[in-house]
Ligand binder design. Structure first.
Ligand code: GUN
Ligand code: FE
Length: 442
């Protein structure tokens, strides 16, 4: 594949922004470019410098005046819930039983799983999301469909078969041994193949017996380089039910701690109603609390307290949580994150939002060497954002005077219409390119 020079207003973060305009936290090139070679970033900087580095004859994709940024990252969503978004009127446990456990049964059929997996990946790409961490259904075939669809698009994806052996319909239950065997087989098939990473996925304490939690412990011990994903402290009824099932545990977090499931590669969805003691356990183990603003509002679950995470030194990331989450768009998700924090008197600066969707989430996944930034050697996963994609945005942009203001407009008013192009490992994935041709760089 020949080199590609992507021209536009290039933005990438190098550290977490502190305050509204922390100029040290990012690099911005108003007339910038990214040089892509063999699916990796080979150069980044001002257009003049990078064009000189690229030399004659390089292909150019000219995206001016759009922003060129690292691809967005979603750290928690459910691929079998793609057709269950907007299921009406219930909080978590009723919502799961009424809608989700019905929907997920459809993934017994490989054809259905393959169809949804393809559409799911395309939806992520349409929204500028180039990597995500997803739950599959209990059926191993759903995991094959998921990673096959990711591989066809060369996307770096993390996922795994949900483990559930109680409090779910018979058709969605495995057993501790079957869940273990199937997970082992899937890890052997997929983990480390191309860009695939496996996540050991006990759904949550309510749907796993102590025996299955023991099996999860064994899986994690045998595969320390795999991720772990589960749900924690999303809803008051859930917390009461979970802790009643594990009466020896001090609290909900302690259930997972007792089975050695907490570590730096553990992603804990929601974490809304945690005590300071539980947050300190997260901080001590390095486990990541995943903030899912649209989901938490949609299910009426509560408000994620980011300041308390920061105060107690616990790690966090951000995610859509489709299908309780209402949008695949990380832009819309950050728009809602701003409101959730605002309701609690907290500030989320636009720079911090864009950091979270990119380098912040990559760091939460311990993948900052690969994704989430445009540093040389990183995978060339890139999103091109049009801040004037909607007429109301175009009007608003007429009076915008800073980069931070533009980013805030994007996250407050933007959605998939703002995604002008997406590159996955250097390959253009959308047809909406403005000016892509074999120009000469000079
Ligand atoms: N807790 C256990 N399973 C789920 C799920 O599928 N979605 C959400 N939002 N919470 C859960
Ligand atoms: Fe979830």
């Amino acid at each position: 594949m020949s080199d590609l020079l992507i021209r536009g207003r290039v933005l990438t973060f190098v550290s977490e922004p502190q305050g509204i305009d922390d100029g040290d936290s990012y690099r911005f090139y108003e007339d910038g470019a990214v040089l892509v070679r063999n699916g990796k970033i080979a150069g980044v900087g001002s257009y003049g410098d990078v064009a000189r580095q690229a030399g004659q004859g390089v292909r150019i994709a000219d995206h001016r005046p759009h922003l060129v940024m690292p691809g967005l990252i979603d750290t928690h969503l459910h691929f079998p819930q793609t057709q269950a978004i907007a299921s009406y009127g219930a909080q978590l446990l009723e919502w799961l039983n009424t809608y989700i456990f019905v929907e997920e049964q459809k993934f017994e059929l490989s054809e259905h799983a393959a169809f949804i997996a393809g559409r799911f990946m395309d939806e992520l790409i349409s929204n500028g999301t180039t990597s995500a961490v997803a739950y599959c259904s209990v059926h191993p075939e759903s995991v094959d469909a998921f990673f096959t669809a990711a591989e066809e698009r060369n996307m770096l994806m993390i996922g795994g078969k949900v483990l559930m052996d109680r409090n779910a319909p018979e058709a969605l239950r495995d057993t501790p041994q079957r869940g273990y065997d199937e997970t082992k087989r899937l890890i052997a098939s997929w983990h480390g193949r191309g860009r695939a990473h496996y996540a050991i996925s006990p759904r949550f304490a309510i749907t796993s017996t102590p025996e299955q939690m023991e099996m999860s412990r064994a899986l994690v011990a045998e595969h320390p380089d795999c991720y772990v994903q589960t749900h924690l402290s999303e809803n008051r009824d859930e917390i009461a039910f979970a802790t009643s099932l594990y009466p020896q545990a001090r609290d909900y977090t302690d259930i997972y701690a007792r089975y050695s499931l907490l570590g730096r590669k553990t992603l804990l969805g929601h974490c809304i109603h945690l005590s300071d003691g539980e947050l300190s356990v997260l901080a001590d183990t390095g486990a990541v609390g995943v903030f899912c603003p649209t989901s938490n509002l949609f299910l009426g679950s509560g408000l994620f307290d980011r300041d308390r995470f920061d105060k107690l030194g616990a790690r966090h990331s951000v995610a859509t949580d489709v299908g309780a989450g209402t949008s695949f768009s990380m832009l819309e998700t950050m728009g809602e994150a701003y409101k959730v924090l605002h309701l609690q008197g907290q500030r989320l600066s636009p720079l911090n939002s864009f950091y979270m969707m990119t380098l912040g989430n990559a760091r939460a996944l311990e993948l900052e060497h690969r994704i989430g930034s445009l540093h040389i050697g990183a995978d060339a996963d890139i999103v091109v954002l049009d801040s004037r994609a909607k007429s109301a945005m175009e009007l608003r942009m007429q009076v915008a005077s800073s980069l931070a203001e533009e980013l805030f407009i994007l996250q407050t008013m933007g959605d998939d219409r703002c995604v002008a192009e997406v590159y996955v490992a250097g390959c253009a994935m959308k047809r909406r390119r403005e000016t892509v041709g074999a120009h000469q760089a000079n």
